[in-house]
Design a protein around this ligand. Structure first.
Ligand code: PLP
Length: 371
């Protein structure tokens, strides 16, 4: 069986360093917001090319706290892509603000800048861009719209660690950003973790307080914050894994390039091949096909594990009944047909070849009922 993502194998590569990092924390006797956290924040900020990184407990909290720090709440609207993972939208709703869904482009799966202006109202406060599947959004177009309308740009970088737009890495492309270090992300903890990045000194100071009950100095609380701290042990693990991120992303790009070169099946729509611009770190490799369930069963039979990102769009989820009347045909088309092939830094060339052979040999045997 070719695994979709072999996390154990990914972390096994650095077993000795991870064990040493855990031992370092145990030996220190300091478990939260200590030296490991401070060092990781410095190292991650430098990696992203941004002034401040503030670690927190997970990616959802990172986005939630950024929105809270800006003071966006009831009556405020934040524009977001309709095909994102639900966490981007929960982060907005949890603050009492309203997500306004905008369709993505079918060729990039990213928010369509040409559809953003029509969604802006006097209540709009920000645009949340999501660099979905590892590819950065069209930031030049989005920044121009934001500037013209006085909106903040908040990046959801949960799937795009290390990806560039032009000369700038994600996390430094907007006013503030949220990252997730969920184990399966391109940079992952051995548990939960997250971070916020920004070049804004005042915002950074507020985020630093908000993640720790809103405290600036011990037992003094200028804000009603929350408990969203990163464990020292996870910070120590992240410091071991961060130096491998660029090489891991490069291997993902190599596999994506080969999939794009060698998969040739009229039933399968591929994503754009790597361009050399480093604007895609292929968190997943999404393809589209008409009879997705048949394709998935076929690949399972062939020993190729796949995952669907995501089967049901946010506006069709029971959690958001107020959106059930919306018609978002591009989003619906994506959710009905998309499926992710295995891609990861530990996949071997033979495994990549086996996935290509299986996909190329796929014939849709489902009877055509369209007549
Ligand atoms: C994973 C993810 C999140 C949330 O991250 P957690 O660490 O699981 O809270 C947010 N947005 C997107 C696009 C994600 O993929």
């Amino acid at each position: 069986m070719i695994k979709f993502l072999d996390l154990k194998a990914i972390n096994e590569r650095q077993r000795a360093e991870l064990d040493a990092a855990a031992k370092r924390v145990l030996d220190s006797g300091w478990y939260l917001l200590g030296q490991e956290d401070a060092a990781f924040e410095r190292e991650f900020a430098a990696y992203c090319g941004v002034k401040h990184a503030i670690a927190c407990a997970n990616g959802l909290d990172a986005l939630k706290l950024v929105i809270q720090a800006y003071g966006f709440g009831p009556g405020d609207e934040i524009i977001a892509p309709a095909n994102t993972y639900i966490a981007s939208l929960i982060a907005i709703s949890a603050n009492g603000a309203t997500p306004v869904l905008v369709e993505p482009r079918l060729d990039t799966y990213l928010i369509d800048p040409q559809r953003i202006e029509a969604a802006i109202t006097p209540r709009t406060k920000a645009i949340m861009v999501v660099h979905l599947y590892g590819r950065t959004c069209d930031m030049a177009a989005i920044a121009a719209i934001a500037r013209q309308h006085g909106l903040k740009v908040i990046e959801d970088c949960a799937q795009s660690h290390g990806a560039y737009c032009g000369e700038t890495r994600c996390g430094a492309l907007g006013d503030a950003a949220g990252f997730s270090f969920y184990p399966g992300k391109n940079l992952g903890c051995l548990g939960d973790g997250g971070a916020m990045t920004t070049n804004d000194d005042a915002l950074a100071e507020k985020l630093r307080a908000l993640r720790n009950y809103g405290s600036d100095v011990k037992y003094h609380f200028p804000y009603r914050g929350t408990n969203s701290r990163l464990d020292e042990i996870q910070a120590a693990y992240l410091r071991v894994k961060l130096p491998l991120l660029d090489a891991d992303n490069a291997r993902r790009v190599e596999i994506a390039a080969r999939y794009c070169r060698e998969i040739a099946n009229p039933r399968i729509t591929l994503p754009e091949a790597p361009t050399g611009k480093k604007d895609n770190v292929y968190h997943v490799f999404p393809v589209r096909t008409a009879n997705r369930d048949a394709f998935q069963s076929y690949l399972t039979e062939k020993g190729v594990q796949t995952v669907i990102h995501y089967p049901i769009p946010p506006h069709r989820q029971p959690a958001y009944t107020e959106w059930h009347g919306l018609s978002l045909p591009i989003t619906e088309e994506i959710h009905d047909t998309i499926i992710s092939l295995p891609i990861s830094p530990v996949m071997t060339d033979d495994e990549v070849a086996a996935v290509i052979a299986a996909v190329n040999a796929y014939e849709d045997r489902t009877p055509d009922t369209s007549l």
